[in-house]
Design a protein around this ligand. Structure first.
Ligand code: OGA
Ligand code: MN
Length: 210
């Protein structure tokens, strides 16, 4: 697979920056080329089959625990150099990071991300993507990897927007959703079939002394 060079000035990225500045969130259907989302879905399924995805936990550090009545997904963190297809995804997100920094001056310094698989019936209760003791996560970005998803498969991302509107996103292959991590309460509704995604967070520098 060839490298994905997307300029930080690409109109799709500028639209996301503009949406975030105006509304605090953005949705872009068919953001990833189909070949890339198919390859990422295959990579996620292979990792799941090899037992590399583990039950996700809630909280951070010593307070971290697996709580299935809050979230029931299985995840694996992604690092550069693990798989070519993941590196392509990381390149796209790096362009988005640069676009966000240029347009919004957020000082985003890094990106952390994981594959997630929700087995049938699994959900994630309403939450914000910020830890009580760590406010480095600024922007959440989720890409869905599910071909042929139908509304009655469930599994919607339900966002409670500042305007008071509740907005549901169908987790269809290639769709990207971006929102301000500390400001948009959201939840994942239970699905009838496996639900695959890539979830990531752009983070600013922490205020540790060094
Ligand atoms: C998360 C999350 C939403 C989704 O992992 O924090 O809210 O639609 N995921 O997968
Ligand atoms: Mn979340």
């Amino acid at each position: 697979m060839r490298p994905m060079h997307i300029s930080p000035d690409h109109p799709s990225l500028l639209r996301i920056v503009d949406d975030l500045a105006t509304h605090g969130w953005s949705q872009h259907d068919l953001f990833l080329p189909q070949a890339l989302s198919l390859a990422l879905a295959a990579e996620c399924l292979q990792r799941a089959a090899e037992g590399e995805l583990a039950p996700a936990s809630v909280g951070r550090g010593a307070a971290q625990e697996v709580v299935e009545r809050i979230r029931g997904d299985h995840i694996q963190w992604i690092e550069p150099g693990q798989a070519e297809v993941c590196d392509r995804y990381l390149e796209v997100m790096e362009s988005l990071r640069q676009a966000l920094n240029r347009g919004l001056f957020l000082g985003l310094e890094d990106f952390e991300c994981h594959f997630a698989m929700y087995p049938p019936g699994a959900f994630y209760r309403q939450h914000l993507d910020r830890f009580r003791d760590d406010d480095r996560r600024m922007v959440s970005a989720i890409i869905y990897l599910n071909e042929g998803w139908r509304p009655d498969d469930g599994g919607q991302l339900r966002m409670s927007l500042a305007s008071g509107v509740v907005h549901d996103v169908q987790p269809c292959a290639g769709c990207l959703v971006v929102f301000l991590s500390g400001e948009v309460p959201h939840e994942v509704l239970p699905a009838q079939r496996d639900r695959l995604s890539l979830t990531g967070w752009f983070r600013r520098r922490g205020n540790e002394p060094f």
